[in-house]
Write a protein that binds this ligand. Structure first.
Ligand code: SF4
Length: 158
């Protein structure tokens, strides 16, 4: 049987995921995950539509072409939000350290740090925790919750 990489236990190996006992995480609102080293902020077409349909500047909405010209680039073969020269996401407000489209943000942002690439090993979790000080602190996220969040990732390689 094929292994379920999002399962708490793989039937193939019967080895529990390293996070089967849960992990601790609480967002501190520092904004470090919204900037820093060059990265990608991927989004689905539905998420893009939600932003386009709800964001206005000076009372004007955007067409998809206008939105893409202003805010989107191509990163690693997919559309991704542009970054400023310092690595900040184009929607990150450095003064308030808040996302300007927080309620409309893509699931990639909402799911952090429960990304497949972060949860794939204890080493990748530890590596990411050097950037995000909310990891390894705060409430315990149990395995079932983690499994659910991983299942919501729109990109397997996220
Ligand atoms: S780096 Fe971690 S603690 Fe800081 S805003 Fe991002 S998720 Fe929250």
């Amino acid at each position: 049987m094929l292994s379920d990489t999002n399962g708490v236990e793989s039937e193939e190996s019967e080895k529990p995921e390293w996070w089967s006992g849960g992990v601790r995480f609480e967002c501190l609102g520092c904004g470090r995950c919204c900037g820093g080293a060059p990265g990608a902020i991927f989004f689905t077409v539905e998420e893009e539509d939600r932003i386009i349909n709800n964001v206005e500047i000076n009372g004007s909405k955007f067409t998809r072409d206008e939105f893409r010209a202003l805010f989107v680039t191509n990163r690693w073969g997919r559309p991704s939000f542009k970054e400023r020269p310092n690595g900040d996401c184009v929607f990150f407000d450095a003064q308030t350290k808040k996302c300007k489209i927080y309620l409309l943000r893509p699931s990639q942002c909402a799911l952090f740090p429960f990304w497949p690439s972060v949860m794939e090993s204890a080493e990748s979790w530890t590596s990411e925790s050097r950037r995000c000080l909310g990891m390894n602190d705060g409430p315990l996220w149990e395995a079932e919750n983690i499994k659910f969040l991983l299942s919501k990732s729109p990109f397997e390689d996220l």
